[in-house]
Design a protein around this ligand. Structure first.
Ligand code: SAH
Length: 347
C-alpha cells in the first residue's frame, strides 16, 4: 500500500494539526474535512476552494482512500444490494444495502477475512488477511450512498470480520461516522456485532457510547457454543454474558443476542429452556437467524415450526424476540459467500 498519509481516517482535530503543521490556517482543515466526508470527493483536484498549490502539496503527501465498485448484485425479491469492493491493495470486501421502511441500512465489513473460525460462517474459511482502516470502513457507506443517491440512516458492523479484533480502527470509524461535521449518523443507529471478545466488550462499554451491541451467542451452554465457535475456548459463556450485563450497566443500551438456529444442533426445546435461564433477567432482545447454509459445511436450517416453537418458548418467558427476515437469499446473502465465489473464480 502507498506510504502516503490516509487523510480520510483523520478526525477533524488530527487534520487540523496536520494542516497547521504545514503552515496552513486552521479553517482549511474544516474545508477539507467537508470535501472528504460531506461531499465525498475522491481527489484533491475537486477541492475547488483550496489554492492550486495546496491541492498539489496535499496530493503529494496524502491519499484519499476510495473503494472501487467491482460488482453489485441486486435481489429481485427484496431489492437488497450486495456490493463487492476492490481495495487499493487488491483485496476485495463485501457490503450489503438493505432497504427497510424506516430507512436504508448498510452492513459493512470490518476486516478482510476473519480469524475467529465460527463453524457456520463463510468469511472465516481462509483466515484473516488484515483489518480495515477507518477510511475503508467509512467508504463502504459513502460509496453505497452515492450509488443509490439516497441517505443511509443505519449502519451495522456485521459483515466480514470481527470488529473488536480491529478495535482501534473501529473506534476511529465510529467517531468519524457519527461526527456532526460528517455524515452524522446517530450513534443509536449504529450496531456493532461481536463473537464475544470479553475484554474489548468491557472497554467498549467504558466508552459510554450509545451504539447497540449485538452479541453472537448461537448457543445456550458452554459445551454447545464450543462446538460452533472456537472463540468460546478463550472466553467462557458466562464471562461473555457478564460482559454484556456490564455493557448495559454502563451504557443503558439493551443488548441484542444473535442466535443462528442450526437444524438439530441448537434448536431443541431444551436449548430454548437453557437460553431462557441464561438471559431471562437481562434487558435484552433476541434475534433468531435461520442459519444460511454454506456449501463448505453441512449445517441445515431449522424448519419453520421449530423456529416458531423456539420463539414462543422464549416469549412465554418474557423475552422479546424477532426472527430475522431473510434478505437477499438469491444473491449470496450469507457472510462472505460473494467474496469467496469471486476469489474462486479469479484463481
Ligand atoms: N464477527 C462478528 C460480526 C460478523 S458476523 C460476529 O461474530 O458477530 C455477523 C453475524 O452473522 C454473526 O452473528 C454471525 O454469527 C452470523 N453468521 C455468520 N455466518 C452465518 C450463516 N451462515 N448463517 C447465519 N448467520 C451467520
Amino acid at each position: 500500500m502507498s506510504e502516503k498519509t490516509d487523510i480520510k481516517s483523520m478526525n477533524l482535530e488530527t487534520l487540523t494539526k496536520f494542516l497547521t503543521d504545514m503552515g496552513e490556517k486552521k479553517f482549511r482543515a474544516k474545508q477539507i474535512y467537508e470535501w472528504l466526508h460531506l461531499r465525498q470527493v475522491e481527489s484533491f483536484e475537486e477541492m475547488t476552494n483550496l489554492s492550486k498549490t495546496l491541492r498539489e502539496q496535499l496530493d503529494k503527501k496524502c491519499r484519499i482512500v476510495s473503494l472501487k465498485k467491482e460488482q453489485v448484485q441486486i435481489s429481485k425479491i427484496d431489492g437488497t444490494r450486495k456490493y463487492l469492493f476492490l481495495l487499493e491493495d487488491g483485496n476485495v470486501i463485501e457490503s450489503v444495502l438493505m432497504k427497510y421502511k424506516h430507512g436504508n441500512s448498510v452492513c459493512i465489513s470490518s476486516q478482510v477475512g476473519c480469524r475467529m473460525g465460527c463453524r457456520f460462517c463463510a468469511s472465516t474459511l481462509d483466515g484473516l488477511e488484515r483489518g480495515l482502516t477507518p477510511s475503508e470502513m467509512l467508504d463502504q457507506i459513502y460509496q453505497i450512498g452515492k450509488d443509490i443517491g439516497e441517505r443511509i440512516s443505519n449502519v451495522v458492523v456485521m459483515g466480514t470480520g470481527e470488529p473488536l479484533d480491529n478495535y482501534d480502527n473501529l473506534l476511529k470509524f465510529i467517531e468519524l461516522l457519527t461526527d456532526e461535521n460528517g455524515l452524522h449518523i446517530s450513534q443509536r443507529n449504529l450496531t456493532v456485532s461481536t463473537c464475544g471478545i470479553v475484554p474489548r466488550i468491557r472497554e467498549l462499554a467504558d466508552q459510554k457510547l450509545s451504539i447497540t451491541l449485538a452479541l453472537s451467542l448461537h448457543a445456550s451452554s458452554q459445551k454447545k457454543r464450543l462446538e460452533l465457535m472456537p472463540v468460546a475456548n478463550k472466553y467462557e459463556i458466562h464471562e461473555v454474558i457478564d460482559a454484556c450485563r456490564y455493557y448495559f450497566e454502563k451504557t443503558g443500551r439493551r443488548v441484542t443476542f444473535e442466535y443462528s438456529l442450526v437444524g438439530g444442533v441448537n434448536d431443541s426445546d431444551r436449548d430454548a429452556k437453557e437460553l431462557t435461564d441464561l438471559i431471562h433477567d437481562m434487558n435484552c432482545h433476541v434475534n433468531l437467524i435461520p442459519v444460511n447454509p454454506i456449501k463448505e459445511r453441512d449445517y441445515v436450517q431449522s424448519n419453520a415450526e421449530v423456529i416458531e416453537a423456539f420463539k414462543e418458548k422464549l416469549e412465554r418467558n418474557g423475552i422479546t424476540v424477532t426472527v430475522r427476515r431473510e434478505l437477499g437469499r438469491d444473491i449470496d446473502g450469507a457472510c462472505g459467500q460473494l467474496r469467496r465465489k469471486y476469489k474462486e473464480n479469479r484463481m
